[in-house]
Design a protein around this ligand. Structure first.
Ligand code: BES
Ligand code: MN
Ligand code: ZN
Length: 461
Protein backbone atom coordinates (compact mmCIF):
# COMPACT_ATOMS: atom_id res chain seq x y z
CA UNK A 1 0.00 0.00 0.00
CA UNK A 2 1.28 3.42 -0.94
CA UNK A 3 0.55 6.34 1.35
CA UNK A 4 0.56 9.76 -0.30
CA UNK A 5 0.45 13.25 1.18
CA UNK A 6 -1.80 15.96 -0.20
CA UNK A 7 -2.95 19.48 0.63
CA UNK A 8 -6.41 19.94 2.13
CA UNK A 9 -7.42 21.82 -0.98
CA UNK A 10 -6.20 19.16 -3.42
CA UNK A 11 -9.02 17.82 -5.61
CA UNK A 12 -9.80 14.15 -5.15
CA UNK A 13 -8.56 12.15 -8.11
CA UNK A 14 -11.15 10.47 -10.30
CA UNK A 15 -9.80 7.00 -9.66
CA UNK A 16 -10.21 7.52 -5.91
CA UNK A 17 -13.10 6.94 -3.56
CA UNK A 18 -13.27 9.68 -0.96
CA UNK A 19 -13.87 8.46 2.57
CA UNK A 20 -15.97 10.65 4.81
CA UNK A 21 -16.58 10.13 8.50
CA UNK A 22 -20.18 10.67 9.53
CA UNK A 23 -21.34 10.85 13.12
CA UNK A 24 -24.26 8.45 12.87
CA UNK A 25 -25.98 6.26 10.34
CA UNK A 26 -24.75 3.38 8.23
CA UNK A 27 -21.86 2.72 5.94
CA UNK A 28 -22.95 3.80 2.46
CA UNK A 29 -21.74 4.93 -0.93
CA UNK A 30 -22.89 8.28 -2.26
CA UNK A 31 -22.54 8.96 -5.97
CA UNK A 32 -21.78 12.55 -6.88
CA UNK A 33 -21.43 14.09 -10.32
CA UNK A 34 -17.91 12.95 -11.00
CA UNK A 35 -16.89 11.15 -7.84
CA UNK A 36 -18.03 8.59 -5.29
CA UNK A 37 -17.77 8.98 -1.55
CA UNK A 38 -17.97 6.28 1.06
CA UNK A 39 -19.50 7.34 4.35
CA UNK A 40 -18.24 5.55 7.43
CA UNK A 41 -19.98 6.12 10.76
CA UNK A 42 -17.36 7.21 13.29
CA UNK A 43 -19.22 8.94 16.11
CA UNK A 44 -18.27 12.48 17.14
CA UNK A 45 -14.78 13.15 15.74
CA UNK A 46 -13.93 15.51 18.58
CA UNK A 47 -14.35 12.57 20.95
CA UNK A 48 -11.76 10.49 19.14
CA UNK A 49 -8.97 9.35 21.48
CA UNK A 50 -5.59 7.88 20.56
CA UNK A 51 -7.11 4.44 21.14
CA UNK A 52 -10.21 4.98 19.01
CA UNK A 53 -8.22 6.82 16.33
CA UNK A 54 -6.23 3.60 15.82
CA UNK A 55 -9.29 1.43 15.43
CA UNK A 56 -10.98 3.96 13.17
CA UNK A 57 -7.98 3.99 10.81
CA UNK A 58 -7.92 0.21 10.76
CA UNK A 59 -11.62 0.16 10.09
CA UNK A 60 -11.13 2.39 7.04
CA UNK A 61 -8.70 -0.13 5.57
CA UNK A 62 -10.91 -3.14 6.33
CA UNK A 63 -13.96 -1.38 4.90
CA UNK A 64 -12.11 -0.30 1.75
CA UNK A 65 -10.84 -3.83 1.24
CA UNK A 66 -14.27 -5.31 1.88
CA UNK A 67 -15.60 -3.19 -0.98
CA UNK A 68 -12.55 -3.99 -3.10
CA UNK A 69 -11.62 -0.32 -3.44
CA UNK A 70 -8.19 0.16 -5.00
CA UNK A 71 -7.59 3.80 -4.15
CA UNK A 72 -9.02 5.96 -1.41
CA UNK A 73 -8.62 9.53 -0.22
CA UNK A 74 -9.23 10.64 3.37
CA UNK A 75 -8.97 14.07 4.93
CA UNK A 76 -7.52 14.61 8.38
CA UNK A 77 -7.07 17.70 10.48
CA UNK A 78 -5.09 17.30 13.70
CA UNK A 79 -6.84 20.38 15.11
CA UNK A 80 -10.27 18.78 15.25
CA UNK A 81 -9.13 15.89 17.47
CA UNK A 82 -8.55 17.61 20.84
CA UNK A 83 -8.27 14.31 22.73
CA UNK A 84 -5.29 13.39 20.58
CA UNK A 85 -3.44 16.55 21.59
CA UNK A 86 -1.82 14.74 24.51
CA UNK A 87 0.73 13.90 21.81
CA UNK A 88 2.12 16.09 19.07
CA UNK A 89 1.20 16.34 15.42
CA UNK A 90 4.10 14.16 14.28
CA UNK A 91 2.73 11.40 16.52
CA UNK A 92 -0.71 11.93 14.96
CA UNK A 93 0.44 11.37 11.38
CA UNK A 94 2.77 8.58 12.39
CA UNK A 95 -0.10 6.78 14.12
CA UNK A 96 -2.29 7.13 11.04
CA UNK A 97 0.36 5.78 8.64
CA UNK A 98 1.33 2.97 10.96
CA UNK A 99 -2.21 1.75 11.50
CA UNK A 100 -3.03 1.89 7.79
CA UNK A 101 -0.16 -0.55 7.24
CA UNK A 102 -1.00 -2.76 10.22
CA UNK A 103 -4.60 -3.15 9.07
CA UNK A 104 -3.54 -3.83 5.49
CA UNK A 105 -1.28 -6.73 6.50
CA UNK A 106 -2.26 -10.29 5.65
CA UNK A 107 -0.09 -13.38 5.95
CA UNK A 108 -0.29 -14.87 2.47
CA UNK A 109 3.01 -16.75 2.19
CA UNK A 110 1.31 -20.15 2.15
CA UNK A 111 -1.70 -19.29 -0.01
CA UNK A 112 -1.39 -20.92 -3.41
CA UNK A 113 -3.50 -18.28 -5.14
CA UNK A 114 -1.76 -14.92 -4.81
CA UNK A 115 -4.46 -12.33 -5.13
CA UNK A 116 -3.35 -8.87 -6.15
CA UNK A 117 -3.53 -6.22 -3.43
CA UNK A 118 -6.97 -4.73 -3.07
CA UNK A 119 -5.96 -1.39 -1.63
CA UNK A 120 -2.96 0.05 -3.44
CA UNK A 121 -3.09 3.74 -2.62
CA UNK A 122 -4.23 5.95 0.25
CA UNK A 123 -4.06 9.71 -0.18
CA UNK A 124 -4.08 11.65 3.08
CA UNK A 125 -5.50 15.10 2.52
CA UNK A 126 -4.42 17.67 5.07
CA UNK A 127 -1.02 16.05 5.34
CA UNK A 128 1.06 18.86 3.92
CA UNK A 129 3.23 20.25 6.68
CA UNK A 130 6.60 19.34 8.10
CA UNK A 131 4.99 17.32 10.91
CA UNK A 132 2.90 15.30 8.48
CA UNK A 133 5.93 14.50 6.36
CA UNK A 134 8.02 13.46 9.33
CA UNK A 135 5.22 11.56 11.02
CA UNK A 136 4.10 9.62 7.98
CA UNK A 137 7.62 8.56 7.14
CA UNK A 138 8.15 7.49 10.79
CA UNK A 139 4.85 5.62 10.89
CA UNK A 140 5.57 3.83 7.65
CA UNK A 141 8.89 2.57 8.95
CA UNK A 142 7.45 1.41 12.26
CA UNK A 143 4.40 -0.16 10.58
CA UNK A 144 6.53 -1.94 8.01
CA UNK A 145 8.87 -3.43 10.62
CA UNK A 146 5.97 -4.43 12.85
CA UNK A 147 4.57 -6.33 9.88
CA UNK A 148 7.94 -8.02 9.32
CA UNK A 149 7.76 -9.10 12.95
CA UNK A 150 4.34 -10.62 12.22
CA UNK A 151 5.77 -12.46 9.22
CA UNK A 152 8.52 -13.96 11.36
CA UNK A 153 6.11 -14.99 14.12
CA UNK A 154 3.47 -16.36 11.74
CA UNK A 155 5.95 -18.63 9.97
CA UNK A 156 5.12 -22.24 10.88
CA UNK A 157 7.47 -23.96 13.33
CA UNK A 158 8.63 -26.42 10.71
CA UNK A 159 9.94 -23.56 8.61
CA UNK A 160 11.33 -21.43 11.42
CA UNK A 161 14.20 -23.07 13.25
CA UNK A 162 16.80 -21.24 15.36
CA UNK A 163 19.21 -21.31 12.40
CA UNK A 164 16.57 -19.88 10.06
CA UNK A 165 15.69 -17.13 12.55
CA UNK A 166 19.40 -16.27 12.74
CA UNK A 167 19.65 -16.12 8.92
CA UNK A 168 16.52 -13.98 8.67
CA UNK A 169 18.02 -11.59 11.22
CA UNK A 170 21.16 -11.23 9.13
CA UNK A 171 18.98 -10.53 6.10
CA UNK A 172 17.00 -7.82 7.89
CA UNK A 173 20.19 -5.96 8.88
CA UNK A 174 22.06 -6.38 5.63
CA UNK A 175 23.35 -3.01 4.46
CA UNK A 176 22.61 -1.30 7.78
CA UNK A 177 24.91 0.01 10.47
CA UNK A 178 23.95 -2.78 12.86
CA UNK A 179 26.26 -5.74 13.42
CA UNK A 180 24.71 -9.21 13.76
CA UNK A 181 26.67 -11.99 15.45
CA UNK A 182 25.42 -15.55 15.85
CA UNK A 183 26.80 -17.75 18.63
CA UNK A 184 26.56 -21.50 17.95
CA UNK A 185 26.53 -24.30 20.54
CA UNK A 186 30.30 -24.39 20.75
CA UNK A 187 30.55 -20.71 21.61
CA UNK A 188 27.65 -20.98 24.03
CA UNK A 189 29.41 -23.90 25.77
CA UNK A 190 32.48 -21.73 26.26
CA UNK A 191 30.25 -19.11 27.89
CA UNK A 192 28.57 -21.79 30.07
CA UNK A 193 25.10 -20.92 28.82
CA UNK A 194 23.56 -23.93 30.53
CA UNK A 195 20.02 -22.64 30.20
CA UNK A 196 19.99 -22.19 26.42
CA UNK A 197 21.99 -25.38 25.81
CA UNK A 198 19.83 -27.41 28.21
CA UNK A 199 16.53 -26.45 26.58
CA UNK A 200 18.09 -26.89 23.12
CA UNK A 201 19.05 -30.52 23.76
CA UNK A 202 15.62 -31.89 22.94
CA UNK A 203 15.70 -30.87 19.29
CA UNK A 204 17.88 -31.67 16.32
CA UNK A 205 17.60 -28.00 15.35
CA UNK A 206 20.44 -26.65 17.39
CA UNK A 207 20.18 -23.43 19.42
CA UNK A 208 21.61 -20.12 18.26
CA UNK A 209 22.27 -17.00 20.27
CA UNK A 210 21.53 -13.96 18.13
CA UNK A 211 23.27 -10.67 18.96
CA UNK A 212 22.35 -7.39 17.24
CA UNK A 213 24.49 -4.35 18.00
CA UNK A 214 23.27 -1.02 16.72
CA UNK A 215 25.41 1.96 17.67
CA UNK A 216 23.88 5.17 16.42
CA UNK A 217 24.74 7.17 19.54
CA UNK A 218 27.89 8.42 21.19
CA UNK A 219 30.53 5.81 21.94
CA UNK A 220 30.48 6.72 25.62
CA UNK A 221 26.72 6.32 25.90
CA UNK A 222 25.53 3.12 27.59
CA UNK A 223 23.11 1.11 25.47
CA UNK A 224 19.57 -0.07 26.02
CA UNK A 225 19.47 -3.87 25.77
CA UNK A 226 16.40 -5.73 24.50
CA UNK A 227 16.25 -9.44 25.26
CA UNK A 228 13.67 -11.47 23.30
CA UNK A 229 12.48 -15.04 23.86
CA UNK A 230 13.20 -16.98 20.70
CA UNK A 231 11.56 -20.39 21.17
CA UNK A 232 10.88 -21.32 17.55
CA UNK A 233 8.52 -24.07 18.70
CA UNK A 234 7.42 -24.98 22.20
CA UNK A 235 6.20 -28.58 22.44
CA UNK A 236 6.46 -28.32 26.22
CA UNK A 237 9.38 -30.75 26.15
CA UNK A 238 8.96 -34.17 27.80
CA UNK A 239 6.13 -32.67 29.85
CA UNK A 240 4.45 -32.29 26.51
CA UNK A 241 1.63 -29.83 25.97
CA UNK A 242 -1.74 -31.55 25.65
CA UNK A 243 -4.08 -31.27 22.68
CA UNK A 244 -4.63 -27.84 21.23
CA UNK A 245 -2.43 -26.02 23.76
CA UNK A 246 0.52 -26.82 21.50
CA UNK A 247 -1.14 -25.15 18.52
CA UNK A 248 0.24 -21.62 17.93
CA UNK A 249 3.46 -22.43 19.79
CA UNK A 250 5.36 -21.57 16.61
CA UNK A 251 4.75 -18.01 17.79
CA UNK A 252 6.79 -18.59 20.95
CA UNK A 253 9.56 -16.52 19.33
CA UNK A 254 7.35 -13.43 19.05
CA UNK A 255 9.37 -11.60 21.70
CA UNK A 256 12.54 -12.26 19.73
CA UNK A 257 10.85 -11.18 16.50
CA UNK A 258 9.80 -7.87 18.05
CA UNK A 259 13.35 -7.26 19.29
CA UNK A 260 14.80 -7.95 15.84
CA UNK A 261 12.24 -5.79 14.06
CA UNK A 262 12.24 -2.89 16.52
CA UNK A 263 16.00 -2.57 16.10
CA UNK A 264 15.42 -2.93 12.35
CA UNK A 265 13.13 0.10 12.54
CA UNK A 266 15.56 1.94 14.84
CA UNK A 267 18.37 1.43 12.31
CA UNK A 268 16.14 2.57 9.46
CA UNK A 269 15.12 5.65 11.44
CA UNK A 270 18.84 6.20 12.08
CA UNK A 271 18.16 6.95 15.74
CA UNK A 272 21.14 8.44 17.52
CA UNK A 273 21.00 5.75 20.20
CA UNK A 274 22.91 2.63 21.13
CA UNK A 275 20.65 -0.40 21.19
CA UNK A 276 21.57 -4.06 21.63
CA UNK A 277 19.31 -7.03 20.90
CA UNK A 278 19.87 -10.48 22.38
CA UNK A 279 17.76 -13.40 21.24
CA UNK A 280 18.37 -16.90 22.61
CA UNK A 281 16.81 -19.05 19.87
CA UNK A 282 15.90 -22.68 20.60
CA UNK A 283 13.30 -25.29 19.83
CA UNK A 284 11.82 -26.88 22.94
CA UNK A 285 11.58 -30.43 21.60
CA UNK A 286 11.00 -33.97 22.83
CA UNK A 287 14.08 -35.73 21.40
CA UNK A 288 15.86 -38.45 23.33
CA UNK A 289 18.32 -35.95 24.79
CA UNK A 290 15.55 -33.64 26.00
CA UNK A 291 15.64 -32.26 29.54
CA UNK A 292 13.99 -34.47 32.15
CA UNK A 293 11.96 -33.10 35.04
CA UNK A 294 14.44 -33.08 37.92
CA UNK A 295 17.49 -32.34 35.77
CA UNK A 296 19.75 -29.67 37.19
CA UNK A 297 21.22 -26.95 34.95
CA UNK A 298 24.15 -24.69 35.72
CA UNK A 299 23.39 -21.33 34.21
CA UNK A 300 25.84 -18.80 32.78
CA UNK A 301 25.59 -16.82 36.02
CA UNK A 302 26.76 -19.89 37.98
CA UNK A 303 23.37 -20.40 39.62
CA UNK A 304 22.02 -23.96 39.56
CA UNK A 305 18.40 -24.61 38.59
CA UNK A 306 16.11 -27.57 39.24
CA UNK A 307 14.12 -28.13 36.08
CA UNK A 308 10.86 -29.09 37.73
CA UNK A 309 8.91 -28.47 34.55
CA UNK A 310 10.27 -28.78 31.01
CA UNK A 311 7.52 -26.48 29.72
CA UNK A 312 8.85 -23.56 31.78
CA UNK A 313 11.66 -23.23 29.23
CA UNK A 314 11.44 -19.54 28.36
CA UNK A 315 12.80 -18.38 31.71
CA UNK A 316 15.72 -20.82 31.40
CA UNK A 317 16.96 -19.37 28.13
CA UNK A 318 16.21 -15.78 29.15
CA UNK A 319 18.21 -16.18 32.35
CA UNK A 320 21.40 -16.69 30.34
CA UNK A 321 20.60 -13.82 27.99
CA UNK A 322 19.87 -11.46 30.90
CA UNK A 323 23.16 -12.44 32.49
CA UNK A 324 24.97 -11.95 29.18
CA UNK A 325 23.40 -8.47 28.91
CA UNK A 326 25.43 -7.28 31.93
CA UNK A 327 28.57 -7.07 29.85
CA UNK A 328 27.12 -4.06 28.03
CA UNK A 329 26.63 -2.16 31.31
CA UNK A 330 23.21 -1.18 29.97
CA UNK A 331 21.29 1.83 31.19
CA UNK A 332 18.14 -0.24 30.79
CA UNK A 333 17.30 -3.87 30.04
CA UNK A 334 13.91 -4.87 28.70
CA UNK A 335 13.04 -8.50 28.08
CA UNK A 336 10.08 -9.48 25.96
CA UNK A 337 8.65 -12.98 26.10
CA UNK A 338 5.57 -15.08 25.48
CA UNK A 339 6.34 -16.40 28.93
CA UNK A 340 3.20 -17.61 30.65
CA UNK A 341 -0.30 -18.78 29.84
CA UNK A 342 -1.15 -17.48 33.31
CA UNK A 343 -0.78 -13.90 32.03
CA UNK A 344 -3.81 -14.44 29.82
CA UNK A 345 -5.75 -15.68 32.81
CA UNK A 346 -4.71 -12.58 34.72
CA UNK A 347 -5.49 -9.81 32.23
CA UNK A 348 -7.07 -11.27 29.12
CA UNK A 349 -5.87 -10.34 25.65
CA UNK A 350 -5.83 -6.54 25.56
CA UNK A 351 -2.50 -5.62 27.15
CA UNK A 352 1.07 -6.76 27.60
CA UNK A 353 1.99 -7.47 31.22
CA UNK A 354 4.88 -5.36 32.49
CA UNK A 355 6.84 -6.12 35.64
CA UNK A 356 9.60 -4.10 37.25
CA UNK A 357 10.78 -3.20 40.73
CA UNK A 358 11.20 0.42 39.62
CA UNK A 359 7.99 2.41 40.05
CA UNK A 360 9.16 5.20 37.74
CA UNK A 361 9.86 2.74 34.96
CA UNK A 362 6.48 1.11 35.53
CA UNK A 363 4.67 4.42 35.14
CA UNK A 364 6.78 5.41 32.15
CA UNK A 365 6.11 2.11 30.39
CA UNK A 366 2.40 2.42 30.96
CA UNK A 367 2.48 5.87 29.35
CA UNK A 368 4.60 4.67 26.45
CA UNK A 369 2.10 1.85 26.00
CA UNK A 370 -0.70 4.37 25.49
CA UNK A 371 1.41 6.48 23.17
CA UNK A 372 2.60 3.59 21.01
CA UNK A 373 -0.57 1.50 20.94
CA UNK A 374 1.17 -1.52 22.48
CA UNK A 375 -0.77 -1.25 25.73
CA UNK A 376 0.82 -2.40 28.97
CA UNK A 377 -0.40 -3.16 32.48
CA UNK A 378 1.64 -4.01 35.59
CA UNK A 379 1.90 -6.97 37.97
CA UNK A 380 4.08 -6.97 41.10
CA UNK A 381 7.57 -8.36 41.73
CA UNK A 382 7.49 -8.16 45.52
CA UNK A 383 9.80 -10.00 47.88
CA UNK A 384 6.79 -11.92 49.22
CA UNK A 385 6.99 -13.98 46.04
CA UNK A 386 10.64 -14.91 46.49
CA UNK A 387 9.78 -17.99 48.54
CA UNK A 388 8.39 -19.74 45.44
CA UNK A 389 11.84 -19.78 43.83
CA UNK A 390 13.33 -22.20 46.37
CA UNK A 391 15.17 -25.12 44.81
CA UNK A 392 14.88 -28.76 45.87
CA UNK A 393 18.47 -29.81 45.25
CA UNK A 394 19.67 -26.79 43.29
CA UNK A 395 19.78 -23.06 44.20
CA UNK A 396 16.43 -22.28 42.64
CA UNK A 397 13.74 -24.10 40.66
CA UNK A 398 12.09 -23.11 37.40
CA UNK A 399 8.58 -23.46 38.84
CA UNK A 400 7.49 -23.27 42.49
CA UNK A 401 8.45 -26.53 44.21
CA UNK A 402 5.87 -26.14 46.93
CA UNK A 403 2.44 -26.64 45.47
CA UNK A 404 1.61 -23.05 44.60
CA UNK A 405 -0.55 -23.10 41.53
CA UNK A 406 -1.30 -19.39 41.59
CA UNK A 407 0.49 -16.31 40.31
CA UNK A 408 2.32 -18.11 37.51
CA UNK A 409 3.19 -14.88 35.70
CA UNK A 410 4.70 -13.38 38.83
CA UNK A 411 6.75 -16.44 39.76
CA UNK A 412 8.13 -16.50 36.21
CA UNK A 413 9.06 -12.83 36.58
CA UNK A 414 10.68 -13.49 39.96
CA UNK A 415 12.80 -16.20 38.35
CA UNK A 416 14.08 -13.69 35.78
CA UNK A 417 14.67 -11.10 38.51
CA UNK A 418 17.15 -13.54 40.06
CA UNK A 419 19.37 -12.99 37.00
CA UNK A 420 19.08 -9.23 36.70
CA UNK A 421 20.43 -8.30 40.13
CA UNK A 422 20.79 -4.54 40.45
CA UNK A 423 20.25 -3.70 36.80
CA UNK A 424 17.47 -1.35 35.66
CA UNK A 425 15.13 -3.87 34.17
CA UNK A 426 11.58 -4.30 32.88
CA UNK A 427 10.04 -7.65 32.01
CA UNK A 428 7.29 -7.75 29.39
CA UNK A 429 5.15 -10.89 29.30
CA UNK A 430 3.59 -10.45 25.89
CA UNK A 431 1.71 -13.77 25.81
CA UNK A 432 -1.62 -11.88 26.08
CA UNK A 433 -0.81 -10.03 22.84
CA UNK A 434 0.83 -12.88 20.94
CA UNK A 435 -2.21 -13.22 18.68
CA UNK A 436 -4.82 -10.70 17.65
CA UNK A 437 -8.42 -10.66 18.84
CA UNK A 438 -11.40 -9.52 16.79
CA UNK A 439 -11.68 -6.00 18.19
CA UNK A 440 -8.05 -5.29 17.24
CA UNK A 441 -9.17 -5.23 13.61
CA UNK A 442 -5.95 -6.97 12.60
CA UNK A 443 -5.43 -10.11 10.55
CA UNK A 444 -5.59 -13.40 12.45
CA UNK A 445 -2.27 -14.51 13.91
CA UNK A 446 0.66 -12.54 15.25
CA UNK A 447 0.18 -8.88 16.27
CA UNK A 448 3.84 -7.88 15.93
CA UNK A 449 3.64 -6.34 19.40
CA UNK A 450 5.44 -4.79 21.19
CA UNK A 451 7.62 -3.61 18.29
CA UNK A 452 6.15 -0.09 18.37
CA UNK A 453 6.67 0.18 22.12
CA UNK A 454 10.31 -0.90 21.85
CA UNK A 455 11.00 1.74 19.20
CA UNK A 456 9.46 4.34 21.47
CA UNK A 457 11.52 3.13 24.44
CA UNK A 458 14.67 3.49 22.36
CA UNK A 459 13.60 6.99 21.37
CA UNK A 460 13.02 7.94 25.04
CA UNK A 461 16.00 6.36 26.81
N1 BES B 1 5.24 -20.41 25.77
C1 BES B 1 4.54 -20.80 26.92
C2 BES B 1 3.56 -19.74 27.42
C3 BES B 1 2.41 -19.41 26.53
C4 BES B 1 1.19 -20.10 26.63
C5 BES B 1 2.47 -18.36 25.65
C6 BES B 1 0.14 -19.76 25.82
C7 BES B 1 1.40 -18.01 24.84
C8 BES B 1 0.21 -18.72 24.93
C9 BES B 1 5.52 -21.10 28.05
O1 BES B 1 6.75 -21.62 27.67
C10 BES B 1 4.88 -22.13 28.92
O2 BES B 1 4.68 -23.20 28.46
N2 BES B 1 4.57 -21.75 30.15
C11 BES B 1 3.93 -22.63 31.07
C12 BES B 1 4.58 -22.46 32.42
C13 BES B 1 4.19 -23.53 33.40
C14 BES B 1 4.77 -24.86 33.03
C15 BES B 1 4.70 -23.11 34.76
C16 BES B 1 2.45 -22.29 31.10
O3 BES B 1 2.11 -21.11 30.96
O4 BES B 1 1.64 -23.19 31.20
MN1 MN C 1 6.70 -23.75 27.52
ZN1 ZN D 1 7.36 -21.22 25.75
Amino acid sequence: MQIKLAKVTAPTQRSHTEIIFVEKGVERFVKNENSTTLEIPAGKVEKLTPRTLRTLIRNVVLTAKKHKLLKVTISFDYKVFPKCHAYNETWFWSTIAENLLLADYEYLTYKSKKSSPTLTEVVLKGADGKFAKEGISHGQIVGTYTNISRDLANTPGGDMTPAILAEKTKGIFKGTKAVVTILDEKKMSKLNMGGVLGVGKGSKHKPKFIIIEYRGGKKSEKPVVFVGKGVTFDTGGLQIKPGMSMYEMHMDMSGGASVICSIGAIAKLALKKNVIGLIPAVENGVGEDALHPGDVLTMMSGATVDVLHTDAEGRLILADALHYAQKYEPKLIVDIATLTGASLVAIGQHANVIMTKDRNLEDRFRELGEESGDYTFPLPLWDEYKQYLKGVHADISNIPSSDSKYGGTITAGMFLAHFTKKMKWVHIDMAPRMTSVGSDKLAKGATGEPTRLLVQIAEMY
